[in-house]
Write a protein of this length. Structure first.
Length: 68
């Protein structure tokens, strides 16, 4: 799985910019909302190509031996 991270930058005026890397789909918005919480109001959201890609969820293969 690719590395996932959130990059936060704060400019000289105190404006916060948060960007996700490696987090696809609406999960990026969920993660940002969790991290930033009530820090301030969001003025704009720019969606990258990753937003429109599906997350790849890895699930283990489970085999069960069923007796008939």
């Amino acid at each position: 799985m690719a590395e996932q991270r959130i990059v936060i930058t704060i400019d000289e005026n105190g404006k916060i910019n948060a960007a996700t890397e490696g987090i696809k789909g609406e999960m990026c918005l969920t993660e940002l909302q969790e991290l930033l919480g009530e820090m301030g109001n969001i003025q704009s959201v720019s969606k990258t190509d990753e937003f429109y890609q599906a997350n790849e969820l890895k699930t283990p293969n489970i085999l069960k031996n069923k007796k008939l």
